[in-house]
Write a protein that binds this ligand. Structure first.
Ligand code: GDP
Length: 443
C-alpha cells in the first residue's frame, strides 16, 4: 500500500543527507520533492500545497538536535505533519445516541466504490466485537444490490432487512430502524444507492433518508483509486450531508495514497476503516500513525510488534516495544526479537511487511537469513554481561566472540556498529511519542 508515494519521498531526504542542518537554502529542493511526490500520488493540489507550507515552517523552526542528521529530522517532521493531517488517532464508530436505539450508520458513496461490500464487512467487524448488527438494503436501483447484500449477510449470519426493490428507500430505512429497535440490534447499517457520478437525485434521496432516521454516522465510502477526484467527491457529499467519517476501500490494489489525505483535509472528518480486499473479512480500522509510517517507507514497527504479540507473550512484546522506542534495548532483547521474527514466519514474508522492501529479491532474503544466523551465533558467543552492555565489547572481547562463533572479526565489528546505529535511530524515532520507528538498515 502506498509504495509509489514512499518511494518518491525517499528522494526528498536523500537531498538533505550529508548536510549538517536544515536551512532556507537546502530545504526548498527537498520540499519540492515532497510536493511532487504528493501530487504524483494524486493528493489534491491545494492539500499538497498547504501540507508543504506546514512542513517548511516546522522544519525551519526546528532546533538542531545533536546526533540527528537533517534528513532524519526532516523525515520526522514530514511524518508528524502526515499524522496531524490524517488525524492523530483512530476514531471508533459512534455510540447510539439514546438508550433503546441502535447506532445507525448510513453508508453513502458512488456506485462501484465497494459500499455494499463495506456494509457487510462492517457488520462482520462489529459482530466479532460482540455487537448485534442489522443490515438494511436501501439500494433499490442497482440491479442485484439487494441480492448481493442478502448473500453477504447469509455468509456472515447477519440479518438483512429488505422491502424488495419496489419500495421507497426512505420507507425501507425507516422500517429497518423500527425493526432494529424491536429486535434489539445495537447497530443498524443502511446500504444506500450510489450513482456513477455525483448527482442531485442521489443527494436528495440521501438527505431524505438522513432526515428519516437521523443516523449517528454518515460514512462516505471512497475508492482509494479515485485519486484527485476524492477531494471533489468528499466536498460534494460533505456539503450536502455532513459526513461523520469515511471508509477507504481497495487499499489492497495498486493504489495511490492521495485519497486518504484529501478526504481528511477536505471534510475534517476521520477515515474510520480501510478495505483491503474483496473478502468480507478484509476490513481494518484506520490508524493514522501507521499509515504515515507506511507512506514514509520507514517500516511499521507497530504492525510488526502487533503481529509478534500473536506469537509471544503480551507483556514481553509491550516491553520490547518500549525498549525499541526508547533505545534501551540490548543484545538480549535483540536476540529475543530475532527469535520472535523467526516465529512470525519466513523472513521474506516479514520483510515484505516493511514498505519499501516489498521489491526485495529472494536472493536478498537469503542473504538476510545468512546474516541473521551469523548474528545469532555471535550473540550466542557473548557473555550475559556483554549482551546487556554492548559497550563493554573491546577488541580482545571481539576476538573471542569471533573465534567462538566462527565468523570474521570484521563481521563482529559490523554487528556492533549496526546495532549502535539502530539503537540511536530507534531512540531518535521514539523521542516524539508512540511512533513506529525505523528498521535496521532502513530509511
Ligand atoms: P457498490 O456499488 O459501492 O455497492 O460496490 P460493491 O460493494 O458492489 O463493490 C464493487 C466491487 O469492488 C466488487 O467487485 C467488490 O468485490 C470490489 N471491492 C469492494 N471493496 C474492495 C476492497 O477493499 N478491495 C478490493 N480489491 N475490491 C473491493
Amino acid at each position: 500500500m502506498f509504495e509509489s508515494l514512499s518511494e518518491k519521498l525517499e528522494g526528498a531526504w536523500r537531498k538533505l543527507r550529508g548536510q549538517d542542518r536544515i536551512t532556507e537554502g537546502n530545504i526548498d529542493e527537498a520540499l519540492r520533492e515532497v510536493r511532487r511526490a504528493l501530487l504524483e500520488a494524486d493528493v489534491n493540489f491545494q492539500v499538497a500545497k498547504e501540507f508543504v507550507a506546514d512542513v517548511r515552517d516546522d522544519a525551519l523552526g526546528a532546533e538542531v538536535v545533536s546526533g540527528v542528521t537533517p534528513d532524519q529530522q526532516f523525515i520526522k517532521i514530514v511524518h508528524d505533519q502526515l499524522v496531524a493531517l490524517m488525524g492523530e488517532q483512530n476514531v471508533p464508530l459512534a455510540e447510539p445516541r439514546a438508550k433503546g436505539r441502535p447506532a445507525v450508520v448510513l453508508m453513502a458513496g458512488l456506485q462501484g466504490t465497494g459500499k455494499t461490500t463495506a456494509s457487510a464487512k462492517l457488520a462482520l467487524y462489529l459482530q466479532k466485537n460482540g455487537q448485534k448488527p442489522l443490515l438494511a438494503a436501501a439500494d433499490v436501483y442497482r440491479p442485484a444490490a439487494i441480492d448481493q447484500l442478502q448473500t453477504l449477510g447469509g455468509q456472515i449470519q447477519v440479518p438483512v432487512f429488505t422491502l424488495g426493490k419496489e419500495a421507497d428507500p426512505v420507507d425501507i430505512a425507516r422500517a429497518s430502524l423500527e425493526r432494529a429497535i424491536a429486535d434489539r440490534h445495537d447497530v443498524l447499517i443502511v446500504d444506500t444507492a450510489g450513482r456513477l457520478s455525483i448527482d442531485d437525485a442521489m443527494m436528495a434521496e440521501l438527505e431524505r433518508i438522513k432526515a428519516a432516521i437521523d443516523p449517528e454516522e454518515i460514512l462516505l465510502v471512497v475508492d482509494a483509486m479515485t485519486g484527485q477526484e476524492a477531494a471533489n467527491l468528499t466536498r460534494a457529499f460533505h456539503d450536502r450531508l455532513g459526513i461523520t467519517g469515511a471508509i477507504l476501500t481497495k487499499l489492497d490494489g495498486d493504489t495511490r495514497g492521495g485519497a486518504a489525505l484529501s478526504v481528511r483535509k477536505i471534510s475534517g472528518q476521520p477515515i474510520k476503516f480501510v478495505g483491503v480486499g474483496e473478502k468480507v473479512e478484509a476490513l481494518q480500522p484506520f490508524y493514522p500513525e501507521r499509515m504515515a509510517s507506511r507512506i514514509l517507507g520507514m517500516g511499521d514497527v507497530l504492525t510488526l510488534v502487533e503481529k509478534a504479540q500473536e506469537e509471544i507473550d503480551f507483556a514481553d512484546a509491550a516491553k520490547m516495544e518500549q525498549q525499541l522506542l526508547t533505545g534501551q534495548f540490548d543484545f538480549e532483547s535483540f536476540i529475543k526479537q530475532m527469535r520472535m521474527i523467526k516465529n512470525m514466519g519466513p523472513l521474506g514474508g516479514v520483510l515484505k511487511m516493511i514498505p519499501g522492501m516489498n521489491k526485495i529479491s529472494d536472493d536478498q532474503i537469503r542473504q538476510g537469513e545468512v546474516q541473521l544466523k551469523k548474528a545469532e551465533a555471535m550473540i550466542g558467543s557473548m557473555t550475559t554481561q556483554e549482551r546487556r552492555n554492548p559497550d563493554l565489547i573491546n577488541l580482545s572481547r571481539k576476538r573471542r566472540i569471533s573465534k567462538g562463533s566462527g565468523v570474521s572479526l570484521e563481521d563482529v565489528g559490523k554487528l556492533l556498529n549496526d546495532f549502535g546505529k539502530m539503537r540511536q535511530m530507534m531512540k531518535m524515532m521514539g523521542g516524539g511519542g508512540p511512533f513506529g520507528g525505523g528498521m535496521p538498515g532502513g530509511g
